[in-house]
Design a protein around this ligand. Structure first.
Ligand code: FAD
Length: 386
């Protein structure tokens, strides 16, 4: 285990609580639910009862109001338990972030009522023809009296089939581009709202990922989040805000793989030595530890900037891209250390390697993170030259 130094007593208590839950309840169930790709409903309910889905909800709305660094630690521990499970809880945080960033007090209360009553939320931006290029989305909305009517299909929505409240992004006119997009709260049970089939995924198979279908879904006008036409901006602000904790998931998953490989290297013998004593293996483990430490420091730096209210898209994107690239590399190398047993489904590392891949894709692919970073650094260069 790579010790976290400089934790406060409160952080240590919270981290220990989540780690114990992960060790005792999440890790033992992971394989059973991963193989068929089943959503662990009872365990999610337990996490909800423990307050894990309201940790980042402000205190005035009944949550714990955790700061970003502590929440990153929680996300690491949950994903060390099981990345699909961490994704379920994390996506619920993603789902209500548009309201936290751009909504009214009444809307925050609406969200808080759902969360404190044991519900989950979901974030509905992606569509079959618009992932990275989110501004080209096709879901429409039209005003009708005191309501809006939404039509379209969202794709790959985490918690799509289990959420109680959705934040949905729709356009009133595609020719307006990003400026035509607005964001809406849509509560589960609204007529016309349904979930499609559960995706059969490579990894994070314990999370629920579905299409979300909107057929003449009527929502009250008060459910528009922020001003009309600001939905795309809200979506981008949301993803900017949640990127560091997406990276925290990748890190937690890789921590599990590293710890497993480290233990194995001290138990498995070849040529009369523990494999960790062969320099080639010892150095692989060292490289894993170096990369994990560096990723963690970048993550906590990004989250500290968030705590200080500093918007730093370059750092947030760097943190997400670096943590997830390190996560993929560490899981791949951990499989190598464990050899054939690493590759076998009987042991946990092949799952961790499959799980690691998603973090380079969702909440903005790592190519898109590099588009954001290069945009910012090249812009700085331009300004300097003027
Ligand atoms: C398991 C899972 C859960 C998800 N959960 C959610 C969710 O809860 N809510 C939600 O709204 N979405 C969700 N998504 C969607 C996810 O955010 C998108 O899949 C992702 O943004 C990529 O979009 P895409 O799949 O359409 O790929 P595309 O945008 O088609 O990209 C394909 C490839 O082209 C590259 N590419 C695209 N544009 C550029 C460019 N300008 N420069 C360089 N490279 C580029 C990409 O990096 C990628 O490698 C989820 C996806 C998955 C798989």
């Amino acid at each position: 285990m790579l010790e976290r130094y400089l934790m406060t007593d409160e952080q240590r208590d919270i981290v220990n609580m989540v780690r114990e839950f992960a060790d005792k309840e999440v890790i033992p169930m992971a394989k059973e639910f991963d193989v068929p790709g089943t959503y662990p409903e009872a365990l999610v309910k337990k996490a909800i009862d423990m307050g894990l889905t309201t940790m980042s909800l402000p205190e005035e709305y009944g949550g714990m109001g955790l700061d970003y660094v502590t929440y990153a630690m929680v996300k690491e521990e949950l994903s060390r338990g099981d990345p699909g499970f961490g994704t379920t809880i994390g996506a619920s945080g993603l789902g209500f972030t548009p309201v936290k960033l751009a909504g009214s007090k009444e809307q925050m209360q609406q969200v808080a009522d759902v969360l404190t009553n044991g519900g989950l939320t979901a974030f509905g931006l992606t569509e079959a023809d618009s992932g990275s290029d989110a501004a080209s989305l096709k879901t429409t909305y039209v005003k009708d009296g005191d309501s809006y009517i939404l039509n379209g299909v969202k794709t790959f929505i985490t918690n799509g089939g289990v959420a109680s409240l959705y934040t949905i992004f729709a356009t009133k006119d595609r020719t307006l581009g990003p400026k035509g997009i607005s964001a809406f709260i849509v509560e589960a049970g609204t007529p016309g709202l349904s979930a499609g089939n559960h995706e059969d995924k490579m990894g994070i198979r314990t999370s629920n990922t579905t299409e979300v279908i909107l057929q003449d879904v009527r929502v009250p006008a008060k459910n528009m989040i922020g001003e009309e036409g600001t939905g795309f901006r809200t979506a981008m602000l949301t993803l900017n805000n949640t990127r560091p904790t997406a990276g925290a998931g990748a890190l937690g998953n890789a921590m599990f793989a590293y710890e497993y490989a480290l233990n194995y290297a001290q138990e498995r013998k070849t040529f009369g030595k523990f494999i960790g004593q062969h320099q080639a293996v010892g150095f692989m483990l060292s490289d894993m530890a170096i990369q994990l430490e560096a990723a963690r420091q970048l993550l906590y730096y990004a989250a500290s900037l968030q705590n200080a209210g500093i918007m730093a898209p370059r750092v947030f994107s760097s943190s997400k891209a670096f943590c997830s690239d390190v996560g993929m590399k560490v899981c791949t190398d951990a499989v190598q250390v464990v050899g054939g047993f690493g590759y076998s489904r009987e042991y946990p590392l092949e799952k961790r390697m499959r799980d690691a891949k998603i973090y380079q894709i969702y909440e903005g692919t790592n190519q898109i993170q590099r588009v954001i970073i290069s945009g910012e650094i090249l812009d700085q260069l331009k300004k300097k030259k003027k």
